[in-house]
Design a protein around this ligand. Structure first.
Ligand code: 3HC
Ligand code: NAI
Length: 694
C-alpha cells in the first residue's frame, strides 16, 4: 500500500520526490494507477522543496502499458493522455527510471517525462501494433521527436522492443545506470538542470519535413504484404508528426486509434493475447505440483527429434539424443550443429551461445541413454508397433517418476501407455515442425495420465518458451483433427471444379501465408499419403498425384510444377483432377472465392465445436491459441472459434447444411453444440466447457 493510493507511493529523498508505481504484475496503467499518478502530480506541483521528480516502477516493469482489459469498456478519467500531459507540465524535471519493461502506454508515459534513465534489464517499445492498435497516448508524436523518423517508424510499425544499450544509442534514454534502483536515478536527477519537453524537440524532424516522400520510402519495407490495418494506420499517425503541429498530430493519432480499437482486427488480436495466456493455464486439481526436470532424453534424431533436443538445450536442460544406428545418429547430430551454425551466422545467437547449447546435446546409441532422464520424449517413426516397443523398453529402463512422452501426431496415447506398467507417467507432447521454431506444444492427456505429469509438461512448455496447451486424446488431437477437415474440403473443392491455385489464393487472401496445396507440395505429398494409408483413408486427387510420382517440391512437381521454389499451375494436374471428378460422377462447375473460403474454414469450426463438446479442448480460446501458434492462423482474425463468433454461428450452421446437402459428407452436418448455440443466438465465447477437460 503506497502513500498516495494502493498502487502509487510518494516519498522524498534529498529534494527529489520519488513516485513509485506498484500495480502487479506489470504496472498496467489501469484506473487506479492513473488516479494515483494524477494525485501525486497534484500534490507535488506547488511544493517548493521538490527540485526534481523520479517516476519509477518495479524490477519487472516500469509499466507494461495501458490496461488491455479496459479496452471496450466505458472510459474513466483521468485518461492516460491527461496523466502524461500533467507529468509533462510539471514545473520541475521529471525523470523516468526504467527497469524491466516500458511498453506501449508505459513508454509513452516515459516520453512525457523530461528525461529517461534505464537499467540493463530494460526493454523499451511500442508494441500496440501487435494488438491491432497504434500508440494512442502520444507515442507516434513524441518518439519521432526523440529518436528520429526512421527509428520511430521501425519501432512503431514492427512493435519490437529494444534493449537499454540500443535505447541509449538512439537517444531514447539519456543514461544507462547500474546502481541501486531507483536511488541511482535520484542521484542522477539531482544533477539535472534542464526541463526539456519532448514535444518541443522538432529539430529531429527537419529532414523529414523538407522531403515529403521520405516517410513513404522508409515505411514501404515495413509494410510488407499483410492484410492487417494497424501497421498502415501507424504510418499515418507518424505522418502527422511530420506534417502537423504537435496538438493536431495528437488529435490525428487519437482519431486513428479510436478507429482501430473499436474494430474487429484489434478485438481479434486482444483476444489472441489473452487466449494465449489462458490456454497455458492447465485445468488441474488445485495444489498439483510439477516434477522437476533437470535432464532430458529424446528418442529418434530425425526431423522432430533433433529440433526437440534443441528446445531443451536452448532452455539450459542437458539432453541425450538416442538412435538405433550410428549413421542416423551422426546425421541427426550434424543437422543440429548445422542449425546452430545458421543461427550464429544470422546473429540471432552468438557463436559462444551456439557452442554452449550444442554442448548440452549428447548423442547415444540404445535406450540405455534414457536411464537418467527426468523426461523422455519419443520421436521415432509414426508406427504403433515401433512406438510400443520403445515404450515397453523405456518402462524397464527409465527411472521411477520419469515422464514418458510421445511426439506422435495421430496415434492413440492410451494404446502407447498400455505398453508400460506406468500409464500415469505417459502423455503426448506434440511439437510442431520445425520444433525449435514453432511455438505450439499440444500436451495430450491420456486416460490415465496423472495431473502431476500434465503439470510437469505444462511447466516444461513455459521453460521451453512454448505455448503449451493441454488437449484430450483423439485422432489428430485438436490441431491436426481440424486440419484434416480442411484438407478434405480442399480435395472436394478440386473435384467440384476449383483449381489448386484458386483454393490457395482464397486462403492467402484470408490471411494465411500459404494455401493448402502449396503447403502440401512443400511438406511432400507422400507424407499425407502414408498417414492416409495407415488409417485406411483416401484423397482421390492427392493419391492420383502420388501415383504419378508427383510428391511436391522435392520431385519438381505436385499440385504445381516447380522451377526451384517457383510454382506454376500445370494443365496435367487439371487433367488428373477432371478424371477423378468423372470417376466419382461429380459435375464440375466454377466455384467463387467466397464459397471456397467458407468451405475451407467452416468445417474446421464445426470440428472445433465437436472438440469442445467432447471435452478434447477446455476452452474455445485454447483452440484459437493452437491455430495461431501451430498453423499460422492470421492473428488479426483471432483464431477459428473467435472468427466463428464474428461471422455469426447461424450463418455457419446454414452454410454447413448447404455443403452437407451438396456433398453428402456426414462430417459437414452441423455439430449439435454449434446448432444449439446458433439457435440460442449465442457464440462460443464465454461458454463454460472447462470442467469436462479436467
Ligand atoms: N494490460 C493488462 N494485463 C496485462 C498487460 C496489459 N498491458 N500486460 C500483461 N498483462 C497481464 C497478462 O495478461 C498476464 O495476466 P495473467 O497472469 O492473469 O495471465 C500478466 O499480466 C503477466 O503477463 P505475461 O504472462 O505476459 O508476463 P511476461 O512477463 O511473460 O510478459 C509483458 C510481460 C512483456 C509485459 C507482456 O505481458 C506483454 O507483452 N504485455 C502487453 C504489452 C503491451 O502490448 N502493451 C501495450 C498495451 S496497449 C497500450 O498501451 C495503448 C496505449 O498506446 C494507449
Ligand atoms: P523421422 O523419420 O525424420 O525420424 C525418426 C527417427 O527415429 C529416425 O532417425 C529413426 O532412425 C529413429 N528411430 C526409429 N526407431 C527408433 C528406435 N527404436 N530408437 C531410436 N530411434 C529410432 O520422423 P519425424 O518426422 O521426426 O517424426 C517423428 C515423430 O514425430 C512421428 O511420430 C511423427 O508423427 C511426429 N511428428 C512429425 C512432424 C513432422 O512434421 N515431421 C510434426 C509433428 C509430429
Amino acid at each position: 500500500m503506497g502513500s498516495i493510493n494502493a498502487v502509487v507511493d510518494l516519498r522524498h529523498q534529498n529534494g527529489v520526490a520519488v513516485v513509485a508505481m506498484d500495480n502487479a504484475p506489470v504496472n498496467a496503467l489501469g484506473i487506479a494507477l492513473r488516479t494515483g499518478l494524477m494525485r501525486a502530480m497534484d500534490q507535488l506541483r506547488g511544493d517548493p522543496a521538490v527540485k526534481a521528480i523520479v517516476l519509477c516502477g518495479t524490477a519487472r516493469a516500469f509499466s507494461g502499458g495501458a490496461d488491455i482489459t479496459e479496452f471496450g469498456k466505458p472510459p474513466q478519467d483521468p485518461n492516460l493522455r491527461q496523466v502524461i500531459a500533467a507529468v509533462e507540465d510539471m514545473p520541475v524535471p521529471v525523470v523516468a527510471a526504467i527497469q524491466g519493461v516500458a511498453l506501449g502506454g508505459g513508454l509513452e508515459l516515459a516520453l512525457g517525462c523530461h528525461a529517461r534513465v534505464a537499467w540493463g534489464t530494460a526493454r523499451l517499445g511500442l508494441p500496440e501494433v501487435k494488438l491491432g492498435l497504434l500508440p494512442g497516448a502520444g507515442g507516434t508524436q513524441r518518439l519521432p521527436r526523440v529518436v528520429g523518423l526512421e527509428k520511430a517508424l521501425s519501432m512503431i510499425v514492427t512493435g519490437n522492443p529494444i534493449g537499454a544499450k540500443e535505447a541509449a544509442d538512439c537517444g531514447l534514454v539519456d543514461a544507462v545506470l547500474d546502481g541501486a534502483y531507483p536511488d541511482a536515478a535520484v542521484a542522477w536527477a539531482q544533477t539535472l538542470t534542464e526541463r526539456r519537453r519532448v514535444r518541443d524537440r522538432d529539430d529531429a524532424l527537419t529532414s523529414a519535413r523538407e522531403d515529403p516522400g521520405l516517410i513513404n520510402s522508409m515505411a514501404a519495407p515495413l509494410l510488407k504484404a499483410s492484410g492487417a490495418a494497424a501497421p498502415r494506420a501507424c504510418v499515418e499517425a507518424v505522418r502527422g508528426a511530420v506534417d502537423l503541429p504537435f496538438e493536431e498530430g495528437l488529435a490525428n493519432e487519437r482519431r486513428l486509434f479510436e478507429q482501430l480499437v473499436t474494430g474487429d482486427e484489434s478485438r481479434a488480436q486482444r483476444h489472441a493475447f489473452f487466449a494465449e495466456r489462458e490456454a497455458q493455464k492447465a485445468v488441474l486439481p488445485s495444489g498439483t505440483q510439477p516434477r522437476p526436470v533437470a535432464r532430458a532424453a529424446v528418442v529418434g534424431a530425425g526431423t522432430m527429434g533433433g529440433g526437440i533436443a534443441m528446445c531443451f538445450a536452448n532452455a539450459g536442460i542437458p539432453v541425450t539424443v538416442i538412435e538405433t544406428e550410428q549413421a542416423a545418429l551422426d546425421r541427426g547430430m550434424a543437422r543440429i550443429a548445422e542449425l546452430y551454425g545458421i543461427s550464429a551466422k544470422r546473429g540471432s545467437i552468438t557463436p559462444a551461445q551456439a557452442e554452449e547449447r550444442r554442448g548440452r546435446i549428447q548423442g547415444q546409441l540404445g535406450l540405455d541413454g534414457a536411464r537418467d532422464a527426468d523426461i523422455v520424449v519419443e520421436a521415432v517413426f509414426e508406427d504403433m508397433g515401433v512406438k510400443k516397443q520403445v515404450f515397453a523398453e523405456l518402462d524397464r529402463l527409465a527411472k521411477p517418476g520419469a515422464v514418458l512422452a510421445t511426439n506422435t501426431s495421430y496415434l492413440d496415447i492410451d494404446e502407447i501407455a498400455g505398453a508400460t506398467s506406468r500409464p500415469g507417467d505417459v502423455l503426448g507432447t506434440h511439437f510442431f515442425s520445425p520444433a525449435n521454431v514453432m511455438k505450439l506444444l499440444e500436451i495430450v492427456r491420456g486416460r490415465q495420465t496423472s495431473p502431476e505429469v500434465i503439470a510437469t509438461a505444462a511447466d516444461l512448455g513455459k521453460k521451453l518458451s512454448k505455448v503449451g496447451v493441454v488437449v484430450g486424446n483423439c485422432f489428430g488431437f485438436v490441431g491436426n483433427r481440424m486440419l484434416a477437415r480442411r484438407s478434405d474440403a480442399a480435395e472436394r473443392l478440386l473435384l467440384d471444379g476449383a483449381s489448386p491455385a484458386e483454393v490457395d489464393a482464397a486462403l492467402t487472401a484470408f490471411g494465411f501465408r500459404m494455401g493448402p496445396f502449396a503447403m502440401a507440395d512443400l511438406a511432400g505429398l507422400d507424407i499425407g499419403m502414408r498417414i492416409r494409408r495407415a488409417f485406411g483413408k483416401r484423397a482421390p486427387v492427392s493419391d492420383a498425384l502420388c501415383d504419378a510420382g508427383r510428391y511436391g517440391q522435392k520431385t519438381g512437381s505436385g499440385f504445381y510444377v516447380y522451377e526451384g521454389r517457383n510454382a506454376t499451375p500445370d494443365p496435367e494436374v487439371d487433367r488428373i483432377i477432371a478424371a477423378e471428378s468423372e470417376k466419382l460422377g461429380i459435375t464440375r462447375h466454377p466455384v467463387g472465392a467466397d464459397e471456397i473460403t467458407e468451405r475451407l474454414i467452416y468445417p474446421m469450426i464445426n470440428e472445433g465445436a465437436r472438440i469442445l463438446e467432447e471435452g478434447i479442448a477446455a476452452r474455445p480460446g485454447d483452440i484459437d491459441a493452437i491455430w495461431l501458434h501451430g498453423y499460422n492462423w492470421p492473428v488479426w482474425r483471432g483464431g477459428p472459434m473467435f472468427y466463428a463468433d464474428l461471422v455469426g454461428l447461424p450463418r455457419i450452421r446454414d452454410r454447413l447444411q448447404d455443403f452437407h446437402a451438396a456433398t453428402g459428407d456426414k462430417a459437414l452436418r452441423p455439430a449439435p453444440l454449434l446448432s444449439k448455440l446458433a439457435d440460442a443466438g449465442q457464440g462460443f465465447a464465454g461458454q463454460d466447457f472447462g470442467a469436462r477437460a479436467a
